[in-house]
Every structure is written in structure tokens, then in C-alpha cells.
Design a protein around this ligand. Structure first.
Ligand code: ADP
Length: 589
């Protein structure tokens, strides 16, 4: 630890020090003899402003500041999975063991365990040439995650030796001979959090990322490597939807950043997440999860850092060729942290006091999402990082600057609405206000690999739902009898789409997840019913008879049909035909 600066002012999480010549923006420094960690956020001549990640109470003018000349970095390597970190990657459980409920200041615990041995299995042998990103080997970090050990950034050369066996993350597992020297390679790497990890090439996000949640996959799909935003007004079912996504989204690794929600809410996450089970393997979900937890009673600057810590860890697993889903809750709290620091720096405020660079910061965060061809030339793998950010605007007001800036960069908006939750419509994602801009990009893929008429059905179902909301207005004003038979069928089918398709019970064994093929069959059955009923209506059948058809009970129960019995959904069209034919006969049409 290098030269000394000296504190001239302390303002909450912001400390100003002089004598800081030689320091750079975003360098990490340690403040006072207590060695509180901080990061330089502004430099002017020999003075530097430092955002401090720990409580600054009791720190005074004249105390020293120690320079490190390195930026804020995270540790990457085996031991990440199942960890619960704070915003600057301190392992909360270990800190808890060391210092109890309240994090003692200046405490330093390594992010990854130093003493644990991992069984390293090499994937190549001495004599081979390697470059950054190539997989040297792997360790089975948990039952669910094979952790590939990659050649670190900037290194290429010939593998001189490579070992097999049990090693700690600091022991040498390989030696690489570069142009200049022979380097010892360990399983531990470091990366500055504010810098994107490199990849070979970004690919268009054309592959859908299914979640098993019908309203999402069928109507507002997200692409692998895509971005989405979800507001979470109180009582709207936000926790349930987040758990559902964490469990069912088609991802190998989940990174969950709990960013400064109220302390008790975060406690819920810490208690609940470790309880969740990975549905496919029955193992705890934590075996493929990294949690970052910042409560709002932790210092604001650590909250600002937490999203970078999280996304860097997520990128690292993407580089192994995995599909990674990052969930950040809530980015509004992150933006508030930015606002507080900016205010203390006396920067020119923009909308509602947020800094003028709010939009740019949000954009550069979401830009780290994507589907990429990874750096490795040897392995030729593709990795995807999908980012889902929750926003929690004050009073649920969507004109809030954070929401608006987010909507300018993300491609999907799942409008979670409290009023739907009150009427027990779950998941409470509005079918009228949500949108997905991926419908176009994934179209080719879906039409080739799922079903040719997928989007035709989606469009028709959506048309009926939109029409329903227009008709409801008329019904409210003049009553249902004013509607034509065709309009009443639309109401009937729209209700069917809402109740038999969009309603999805997260707590029902079968209903909790619906494979895309089953989703397609379900919506096909409903649209088939609509078309046939319309046809018979035109041939003189009475709407009241259609409204009482028995097949509707079968349709209402199709969500509970197991995937292995999907033929029962396919058979529904025959049952519709049979019943309609019967009605036709009875009425002598
Ligand atoms: P929030 O986190 O927004 O306050 P929760 O996610 O805890 O709300 O949801 C509140 C309640 O709503 C849950 O306890 C549950 O009863 C119900 N709920 C939410 N989503 C669903 C769902 N998909 N299926 C069934 N019930 C749900």
C-alpha cells in the first residue's frame, strides 16, 4: 500500500483528501487507520473525492488515505457459486462469523476461500498453444456447475506444464511460456468491475430464452442475451415472479443482485433463496447461483458498486459458454445511490436530482448483456448474459426518470401491476401495457424451430385481448345485450385466454412451468375454438349455446395436463368439433 493522502473533508459516504497526486479515477484507496475501503470518483489537482464503501462516522480531517493504484476488482475463480456477497464482494456469511450481525468496519475477508482444494482436471496437454479465454481445464464446483479455468486476459503462449489434482486457487496449475517469460497460472483471476470483460464477437439475439411462464414466452418473450425491465409495485407478486424466473429460466447460472431494498426485504431474499430448489435436478438452486446483497442500511457507495460486481461475475460465467441470467433488484435503489454521491460531489443535477449521466450509466450497464462468441479459439463456445432489472419508482409512477431511462435501453417491459394482483390475476403482468421488441428478432428462429404459425396465433390472441378491453367499455356503458354475437364470442375467448392461459399458478406442481410446445398447443386450442365457434355462429347457432359448451371445462383444465400427456391437448380440437356438430344437429341447422 503506497503513498499517503490526507483527509480534508468528510461528508457522509464522500471523503475529500489532498496530497493525492499520482492517483487515478476509480482507484481503490483505504481511508484512515481503520482502512475503510473507497474508490476515487473525482480528481482535481492534488485533491481527490472518494466514495467510501463503509460507514464514515468518526473519521476526521487530517487522517491518512492509503493509495493502492489499482481499480476496484473482483476475484474470479472456483468458490463463487453459492456465495453471498455484499456490494464489494465481501462474503457475508464469513463476515458474519467473524464479526456478528453488524459488519465491523475495515474488515477484510477474501472473496474466495484460500484454503479449499479443488480437483482440477486439465483439458489440454503440455506443448499446446493457448490464448486468452481458452479453457485449460475445469473443476466441478458444484453438482450443477462445471467451472472452466480460462487463460487470463492478455496471456498467450505455449503450455509448458499442466497439472492434474487437488489445488487451492492460489497454487499453480499450469505454466505458460509467453514471448518474454514463463508465467505461473492459478485458478484465481481478478478483474476491474467497471470494465466489460472481452469477448470475440457479439451475436444478434435471435434465440428466445424460455422461462416456462406463459405470459412471457408466448406474448412478451425475451431473447438469450437480451434485456428486460420489470417494475415491482408493492404486493404485485414481484418476489414470486423473480423466484419463478430464477428457477425456470433456461440459464445455467443465476446472478441475483439485491440492491438496497429495505433491510427486511433483503433478509427475505437471503432466507428464501437458499430454500429454493432447482426443479430439474432437485438440488438447491444456490448450487448454480451467486447472490449479491446490499441492504439500504449498508453504505450507499457499496450499493453503487454492487451492480458492477454482479455483472462482472456474470460475464465471467458467460465466458465459459454458459447461459447466465442476471437479475438486479432494484436498479432504482442503485440510481438513488448514484444521485446521493452526485449530490455530494455538487454536480449539476438533472431530472429529479439524478445526475445528468444517469441514462448513460444505465445504458452502459445493460449493454454488458448480450450473446457472444467467447474469446476462446480452441473451444468455440457461445455464451449469453441476459439482464433483467427491476425498477421501483416512488408511488409506482412510470414517468420516473430511472424508469424512463431504463425503457430507452431495454427491449422488454413486463408491466407488473398491483391492480391485477388485487383481482388475483397472477402473474400480474399486464397484457395490454407490456411489450417485447424481440418478437421480430426471434421470429425466424421460432418459426423454424417451434412452429410456423406461432406468431400468427400470438397476434390473433393479442388482437382478441385488445378488442376485449374496448368492448368492456361498451358493456360498462350500455350492457352486454348491446353486443353482437361475434362480439360476445370475443369476450368469451378473451376471458378464456386470460383465465385458462395467462393465469398461471406458481404453486401448482404442473402449472408452475409450461414447456413452449405445451404453450403452443394450449393457445392453438383456444384459437381453434374461436374460429370454429365463429363459423357456427355465422351458420345460425345461438351465442348462448356456445357460451354453455362443455368443452370449455376441458380447456380450463388443460394447464394441469402433464407434458407427457400433451396429446390430450391436441385432442381438444376434435372435442370442439364433436360438440359443435351435436349442437348443430339439435338445432337442425
Ligand atoms: P410482492 O413481492 O410484490 O410484495 P409477492 O411476490 O410476495 O408480492 O406475492 C404476494 C402474493 O401473491 C403471494 O404470496 C401469492 O399468494 C400471490 N402470488 C403472486 N404471484 C403468484 C403466482 N404466479 N401464482 C400464484 N400466486 C401468486
Amino acid at each position: 500500500m503506497g503513498d499517503l493522502g490526507s483527509i480534508i473533508k468528510v461528508a457522509g459516504p464522500l471523503v475529500i483528501a489532498e496530497n493525492m497526486t499520482g492517483s487515478k479515477m476509480y482507484d481503490v484507496v483505504y481511508v484512515s487507520e481503520k482502512r475503510l475501503m473507497g474508490e476515487i470518483v473525482e480528481i482535481s489537482q492534488d485533491k481527490a473525492s472518494i466514495q467510501v464503501y463503509e460507514e464514515t462516522g468518526g473519521i476526521g480531517v487530517g487522517e491518512p488515505v492509503f493509495l493502492t493504484n489499482t481499480p476496484l476488482t473482483v476475484e474470479l475463480g472456483p468458490g463463487l457459486i453459492e456465495s453471498i456477497y455484499d456490494g464489494i464482494q465481501r462474503p457475508l456469511n464469513l463476515i458474519y462469523e467473524k464479526s456478528g450481525d453488524f459488519i465491523a468496519r475495515g474488515i477484510q475477508v477474501p472473496a474466495l476461500p484460500r484454503d479449499k482444494k479443488w480437483k482440477f482436471i486439465p483439458l489440454l496437454s503440455a506443448g499446446e498453444n493457448v490464448q486468452s479465454g481458452d479453457f485449460l481445464g475445469y473443476v466441478d464446483e458444484t453438482k450443477l456447475v462445471k467451472h472452466y479455468i480460462m487463460v487470463p486476459e492478455g496471456i498467450s503462449g505455449e503450455v509448458e506444464t499442466i497439472a492434474e489434482g487437488d489445488f487451492t486457487i492460489e497454487e499453480t496449475i499450469a505454466k505458460i511460456k509467453t514471448d518474454k517469460e514463463v508465467l505461473d497460472i492459478t485458478m484465481l483471476q481478478k478483474w476491474p468491475v467497471r470494465k466489460q470483460r472481452p469477448y470475440c464477437q457479439k451475436i444478434n439475439p435471435v434465440i428466445p430464452l424460455f422461462t416456462g411462464q406463459r405470459v412471457i414466452d408466448m406474448f412478451f418473450p425475451i431473447a438469450k442475451g437480451g434485456t428486460a425491465c420489470v417494475p415491482g409495485p408493492f404486493g404485485s407478486g414481484k418476489t414470486v415472479i423473480q423466484h419463478q424466473l430464477a428457477k425456470w429460466i433456461d440459464a445455467n447460472v443465476i446472478v441475483y443482485i439485491g440492491c438496497g431494498e429495505r433491510g427486511n426485504e433483503m433478509t427475505d431474499v437471503l432466507l428464501e433463496f437458499p430454500e429454493l430448489k432447482d426443479p430439474k435436478s432437485g438440488e438447491p438452486l444456490m448450487k448454480r447461483t451467486v447472490l449479491i446483497a446490499n441492504t439500504s442500511n449498508m453504505p450507499v457507495a457499496a450499493r453503487e458498486a454492487s451492480v458492477y460486481t454482479g455483472i462482472t461475475i456474470a460475464e465471467y460465467f458467460r465466458d465459459m459458454g454458459y447461459s447466465v441470467a442476471l437479475m438486479a433488484d432494484s436498479t432504482s435503489r442503485w440510481a438513488e445511490a448514484m444521485r446521493e454521491i452526485s449530490g455530494r460531489l455538487e454536480e449539476m443535477p438533472g431530472d429529479e436530482g439524478y445526475p445528468a449521466y444517469l441514462g448513460a450509466r444505465l445504458a452502459s450497464f445493460y449493454e454488458r448483456a448480450g450473446i457472444v462468441k467467447c474469446l476462446s479459439k480452441k473451444q468455440d463456445v457461445t455464451g449469453a448474459l441476459t439482464v433483467i432489472g427491476a425498477v421501483s419508482p416512488p408511488g409506482g409512477d412510470l414517468s420516473d426518470p430511472v424508469v424512463q431511462a431504463t425503457l430507452r435501453v431495454v427491449k422488454v417491459f413486463w408491466s407488473l401491476e398491483a391492480k391485477l394482483a388485487y383481482s388475483r390475476h397472477f402473474p400480474a403482468i399486464s397484457w395490454l401495457n407490456s411489450y417485447s421488441l424481440y418478437n421480430d428478432t426471434i421470429r425466424d428462429y421460432v418459426q423454424k424451430n417451434i412452429h410456423e404459425d406461432f406468431f400468427a396465433l400470438q397476434g390473433e390472441a393479442m388482437r382478441l385481448l385488445e378488442k376485449e378491453s374496448e368492448l368492456e367499455e361498451i358493456v360498462r356503458l350500455v350492457g352486454i345485450d348491446s353486443l353482437s354475437g361475434e362480439e360476445r364470442i370475443i369476450l368469451l375467448i378473451a376471458k378464456m385466454i386470460r383465465e385458462d392461459f395467462l393465469h398461471q399458478n406458481a404453486f401448482h406442481d404442473v402449472d408452475t412451468y409450461t414447456a413452449i410446445e405445451k404453450q403452443y398447443r394450449m393457445i392453438s386450442a383456444i384459437i381453434y375454438f374461436y374460429n370454429q365457434a365463429n363459423d357456427f355462429l355465422n351458420h345460425g347457432l345461438d351465442i348462448k349455446q356456445i357460451e354453455k359448451m362443455k368443452v370449455m371445462e376441458i380447456i380450463a383444465r388443460m394447464k394441469y395436463i402433464k407434458e407427457s400427456e400433451i396429446y390430450r391437448i391436441e385432442n381438444i380440437s376434435r372435442e370442439i368439433d364433436t360438440e359443435l356438430e351435436m349442437l348443430k344437429k339439435e338445432n337442425e341447422i
